[in-house]
Design a protein around this ligand. Structure first.
Ligand code: 5AD
Length: 452
């Protein structure tokens, strides 16, 4: 049977989509190739959030196409996901060696289309249509590809799309309108994963705080998302629940309170703030103020003082004045994020911000990026340093990526901990004593109970 290699760009949702496509192909008899070399089908699952991500995938495809034309002309090449959705047929016009373009609501058709192309029934396929119910087709998992290591963590997609229309963001155009899966459907997928040994589940969506807005009525003051968290929390054998990404606008007190009631909900929150300036938040169409964001953080820390908090920030949004940027710096100082992902504003097709007159120069973006990064790193280093000497619980995920002689796990606050361990620790919740903090990594030793 033909072998397939899928390369994924971008967010965790994309990772999850690739996993589903892989599972679907394996079910149809395809094998998964460990690398591009020798694969009969190469699929790039793409990201559109910034131009750099698109250019990376296009560059990769150009190289693949040149190589395959020369050496292996029968190899099938395809684009999937966000850039496939936003560019469609244009991709084949630009890169005629590409055989397949599959949008974000058509992942479940991948195997059929590949069958057609490989059997010669169709030369090229472009399918970027909308499809009702496609949010529930992302279900099958292939845990850890085809490696022998058992996965203890898994991502579960709970919804697709976003209706927020932030002025910088392409996601509503690439992922479509918000559509949520049902609570029983999500819970049954989580149960299957737990039965296969998964201990930690991350619930995924572009805007999880809008989960079930149209379909799940508020119950006893609890939003659909909080009701979902409660239902997943009931699953026996599941140890930890995470989710990403919430939107500050929908971060209600019911969600803050859920942290107080649901012990499996770990002390970790990724809450994108984008800017510390009220003026910019408004132009970005974010729907909250700096004060509101700070109050969410304050409430969360009251419920869970050790909460690990990370965020996304855009620098160089059109019209961002030095004073606006300084508001962002002061917000980063006030919150003390455990980490912040900083993005230089990148104009995206058909988004309002791309048409705004005061586009900033590359130099200003670079300069603000560097200043903010320095501050974020300083604060993060301090926050990681605080762990030294402490005993924390980790869930052991497997071998350390950088050093396979060591093991790695994550704290409840989502910090990576590397320690001397062995395969018998794999999948265990264990206590470690932290003895050193590196750059976004902690180093520890298994704690010996009662001898501390
Ligand atoms: N330019 C730069 N960064 C962007 N993001 C989204 N759109 C853009 C853009 N046009 C960032 C936001 C978002 C993260 C996933 O990507 O910070 O939270």
């Amino acid at each position: 049977m033909p072998s397939v290699y899928i390369k994924t760009y971008g967010c965790q949702m994309n990772e999850r989509d690739s996993e589903t496509v892989a599972a679907q192909l394996v079910a149809k008899g395809y094998t998964l190739a460990p690398s591009e070399a020798g694969a009969d089908v190469i699929l790039l699952n793409t990201c559109s959030v910034r131009d750099a991500a698109e250019q990376k995938a296009i560059g990769k495809m150009q190289n693949l196409a040149a190589e395959m034309r020369k050496n292996r002309p029968d190899v099938v090449l395809g684009f999937m996901g966000c850039m496939a959705q936003s560019r469609g047929q244009q991709l084949i016009d630009k890169l005629p060696d590409v055989d397949l373009v599959i949008g974000t609501q058509k992942f479940h058709r991948t195997a059929d289309y590949l069958d057609d192309i490989l059997a010669g029934r169709q030369a090229k396929v472009v399918d970027i249509g909308e499809e009702q119910g496609s949010e529930a087709t992302i279900r099958e998992h292939i845990l850890n590809g085809n490696t022998a290591e058992k996965s203890v963590t898994a991502f579960v997609s709970i919804m697709q799309g976003c209706n927020q229309y932030c002025t910088f963001c392409i996601v509503p155009y690439t992922r479509g309108e918000e559509r949520s899966r049902t609570i029983p459907d999500i819970v049954s997928e989580c149960r299957e994963l737990v039965a296969r040994g998964v201990k930690e589940i991350t619930l995924l969506g572009q805007i999880v705080t809008s989960y079930g807005k149209r379909d799940v009525p508020i119950k006893e003051g609890k939003s659909g998302f909080v009701q979902l968290l409660e239902a997943v929390h009931e699953i026996e054998g599941l140890d930890r629940i995470r989710f990403t990404s919430p939107h500050p606008k929908g971060y209600g007190d019911d969600l803050v309170e859920a942290y107080g009631r649901l012990p499996k909900l770990v002390e970790s929150a990724h809450i994108p703030v984008q800017s510390g300036s009220d003026r910019l938040l408004k132009i970005m169409h974010r729907g909250y103020t700096r004060e509101r964001f700070l109050s969410i953080i304050d409430k969360l820390r009251r419920v869970r003082p050790r909460m690990g908090i990370t965020t996304d920030i855009i620098v160089g949004f059109p019209g961002e004045a030095e004073a606006d940027f300084e508001e962002t710096l002061s917000l980063a100082r006030a919150v003390e994020f455990d980490n912040a992902y900083i993005f230089k504003y990148s104009p995206r097709k058909d988004t309002p911000a791309a048409e705004m007159p005061e586009q900033l120069s590359k130099e200003i973006k670079e300069e603000r990026n560097a200043r903010l990064l320095q501050l974020v790193n300083e604060i993060a280093a301090r926050r990681y340093e605080h762990y030294v000497g402490e005993q924390v619980q980790i869930l052991v995920e497997g071998e350390s990526r950088k050093n396979s002689a060591r093991m790695m796990g994550r704290t409840r606050t989502n910090k990576i901990v590397v320690f001397d361990g062995s395969e018998r620790h794999h999948g265990q919740l264990m206590d470690v004593k932290i003895n050193r903090a590196g750059s976004f990594t902690l180093y520890g030793d298994p704690a010996i109970v009662n001898l501390d």
